[in-house]
Design a protein around this ligand. Structure first.
Ligand code: BGC
Length: 529
């Protein structure tokens, strides 16, 4: 009862905040709001070009997610590097759920994410000391090296070294690109530009699905082409990054004030950028005073943001999405689809993923974060349980399931992917990027990126073994996590739609649970005075 009353109170005060913000935004016209201040500027062609080029970092990430599932289901690839899996796959009596259970095969997929996890912390330092542009260039070089190792691999060692280099590239790109996009965007377009990154991730996955489909029939080197084509977005980012600007924030942070001011004028397309410039100067001065952002992040008052950023990443991965993104072709083959049919089904889920992400771009600032996340929990829960139920009843160890039922599973997978794509997919990245105060923003974001990579690694490494042991129960396992994350959103995730980043602390102070952490902080401050 008490909770209900508290929630109503919260909802009511949330509505007042939203109303205040709407009123404010109506007065903005061509101005952008930075908290209570207003900055001049328009969307320049230059910003659009920079945004498109930088977002190719998302393409690199997405292409990798999508390509590994297809490659690991190709016979030429399996026969050459994983002969045991190849034999098992073709043995009629082999258990359906265990055909692909092989630690080395999973290591091929997961090693990339382990490397990305470690490198995102190094990338956060490079980003601060050398700038976003150099970090993106480094990402594309690591990525290209990885592509060369993988496309020309002669043995497992070369394959894994290639994956590790790709992982370092992904770690660098995922740290620099979202930051870059947020920093060049006019403040009122920050959310939309941030989701551009996720949109590119989904396009990358989709393109990889199509490539898998076409190269599967090129024998015996189709898989080399699939892995080699990952070089295309890397080359685009490498050459493109010579055209793009360094962000004014990074230039000012590194004390290149004149260059920072000139760049700000260039990307905003107006001369009067004094207000925004001063804000950036102030913000970078404040950030400089924080000697160790990582230490600052451990303070009690950072607990709400840190817990939410890390939980969003754990939950994003425990929706089970990457079981589909990495292993959809493998999963469809498990149900008895032939090679082509399973790769084609992966193409279908890929297009659903892209289109539903666009839904999120349109809805996120209207319907709000909580609504999208909760709606998706319901849709994902129902579809996971239905898929689990169908497989439990119909897919035994050594049979194939009926064609109509298998088609139903593909439809359910599409409904599941759609709900992920308009919620936990983009919001998993957006929410951590908007809740930290400036003093802990890059460090906090590095934690978010690395947690994402860690749990992506866990799922990539464990899924095929889990499927072998838990069989259809794997879908109920993810379903149970979805209930937990729904409760998390209901009780612990406040709405951040339309709240300026500078006023975000108020959200924690008014929240029934998180306010206790802010109270302590206020008490500490009072005691010091
Ligand atoms: C996630 C990836 C996932 C992708 C699917 C991203 O937000 O971080 O792990 O594969 O969405 O579209």
């Amino acid at each position: 009862m008490r909770h209900l009353v508290v929630q109503w109170g919260e909802k009511f005060s949330g509505q007042i905040n939203v109303a205040k913000n709407l009123l404010r935004s109506e007065n903005l016209n061509s101005m952008s709001s930075g908290g209570d201040k207003q900055f001049e500027g328009k969307i320049t062609v230059y910003v659009v070009i920079c945004g498109i080029i930088a977002a190719t970092g998302g393409l690199m990430f997405g292409y990798d997610i999508g390509i590994s599932g297809g490659v690991t289901s190709m016979d030429d690839f399996l026969e050459r590097f994983f002969p045991k899996v190849f034999e098992r796959k073709h043995m009629a009596k082999e258990n359906n759920y265990c055909k692909f259970d092989n630690q080395n095969l999973q290591l091929f997929t997961s090693s990339l994410y382990l490397a990305a996890l470690v490198s995102s912390f190094i990338a956060s330092k490079v980003c601060t000391k050398c700038g976003r542009k150099i970090t993106m260039q480094a990402a594309s070089i690591f990525f290209l090296l990885g592509v060369i190792f993988d496309a020309f691999a002669l043995n497992i060692a070369m394959l894994i070294i290639g994956r590790i280099l790709l992982g370092v590239g992904v770690g660098f790109a995922n740290q620099a690109v979202p930051l870059f996009l947020s920093e060049i965007a006019p403040v009122h377009l920050r959310g939309a530009l941030n989701i551009l990154f996720q949109l590119d991730v989904t396009i990358g996955i989709f393109v990889a699905n199509i490539v898998n489909y076409f190269v599967a029939n090129i024998h015996p080197w189709g898989w080399r082409l699939a892995l080699g084509l990952a070089g295309v977005p890397a080359i685009m980012l490498c050459f493109g990054s010579f055209i793009i600007a360094e962000t004014p924030t990074s230039l000012i942070e590194r004390e290149m004030l004149t260059e920072g001011l000139a760049m700000l004028k260039k990307i905003r397309g107006v001369d009067n950028v004094q207000a925004e410039y001063e804000e950036l100067l102030h913000a970078s001065e404040m950030a400089r005073q924080v000697e160790n952002p990582f230490k600052n992040l451990m303070k009690r008052s950072s607990r709400p943001q840190l817990v939410i950023a890390i939980s969003m990443q754990i939950f994003q991965q425990f929706t089970g999405i990457n079981a589909i993104m990495f292993y959809a072709p493998v999963l469809f083959q498990t149900m008895g689809f032939k090679n082509d049919a399973s790769l084609l089904s992966a193409v279908i889920t890929g297009i659903v993923n892209v289109l539903s992400t666009i839904v999120s771009v349109v809805l996120v600032d209207k319907a709000g974060r909580r609504f999208l996340l909760l709606e998706a929990c319901v849709q994902m829960f129902i579809t996971q349980v239905a898929i689990g139920g169908i497989l439990l009843v119909n897919l035994k160890s050594t049979n194939e399931i009926d064609h109509t039922l298998a088609t139903w599973v593909v439809v359910l997978v599409c409904l599941y992917v759609a709900s992920f794509a308009w919620s936990w997919g983009p919001l998993g990245w957006l929410i951590p990027s908007e809740i930290f105060p400036l003093s802990t923003r890059t460090a906090g974001f590095a934690f978010a990126v690395s947690s994402n990579m860690f749990f992506t690694f866990v799922i990539a490494q464990a899924f095929l073994s889990m499927m072998c042991h838990m069989r259809a129960g794997i879908f109920f396992f993810f379903g149970a996590w979805i209930v937990v994350m729904g409760l998390f959103v209901i009780f612990l995730l406040p709405e951040t739609k339309n709240i300026p980043i500078d006023e975000m602390t108020e959200v924690w102070k008014q929240h029934w649970f998180w306010k206790r952490f802010m109270d302590e902080d206020t008490k500490d401050e009072k005691a010091k005075n």
